[in-house]
Structures are given as C-alpha cells and as structure tokens.
Design a protein around this ligand. Sequence first.
Ligand code: RB5
Length: 149
Amino acid sequence: MSADNRIVLSSDHAAIPLRQAIAAHLSARGWVVVDIGPTTTESTPYPRHGEAAARLVAAGDCRLGIVLCGTGQGIMLAANKVKGIRCGVCADTFSARMLRQHNDANMLALGARIVGEGLALDIVDAFLDAEFEGGRHATRVDMITALEG
Ligand code: RB5
C-alpha cells in the first residue's frame, strides 16, 4: 500500500475537536486520514500521542503527520525525538509554508489553545500545498539529520 496520500493525525485531550475538524478537512481534500485518536476527553499525556504518530511517519506508513496539543509545543517536542522526524509548531501560514519549503518537515504541530479552527485549516493547507525546494536547503536538512547520530 502506498503511503503517498496517507496522513496521520494525533492529539492529546486538549485538541480533540480541532483534530476532528482537521480530519474532515483532509478527507475532503482527498487524503486518507489515519486518525489514531484519542476519542475521549480524559487527560492523556501528549508524548505518547506524538510518538505514536511520529513512528507511523518514520516507518513510511504515512507520508506526513499532524499532531496537536494545547500549545502544540509538547507534542512537537515528543515527535522530534523519533529518528527521521522533522516537526515544527506553527501559528501562522508563512511559517507552515517555510516548514515544508526550507525545512522539509514531515510533521506539523498545532496548538488548539492558540489557533482557532479557521486559521488552523489555513495553516494545514499552507503546509500541505508547499513543496521542499531542495538545493541549499537540502544541505542544511542533511546537517539536521546528521545530528541524529
Ligand atoms: C495539557 O494540559 C497541555 O500541557 C498540553 O496539551 C500541551 O499544551 C503541552 O505542550
């Protein structure tokens, strides 16, 4: 099965409604959404969910991933601990575009207590519609990868 159109979604308890809105948006855009939850609002630690999504991307099961928590920061930090993951937290569309074009990110993090649904969907679109520019940026991304040891 090709991972080309598969995107994983994950969050902690703080971001469930926004994650579900993004899932519907992505499905409407033609993505196969792998939504790995959670579905209840019971408190649940963001590192667990960041790691689970990141492992699907790192394994090649999904091409990209979007992770959410209250600020986006904690789940972004957890995702970046998985080898092969480049995840950035964005609260604006310019950063989201650059995150793909210059940093070749394979994951995006969002804060449900930071951005409203309308802006979040615009950020998601900016991230998905951008392409890595390669060239000098590839050299720099390679330097990041080399830090993984
Ligand atoms: C949970 O209350 C909160 O700490 C979490 O969603 C996130 O903001 C952490 O970075």
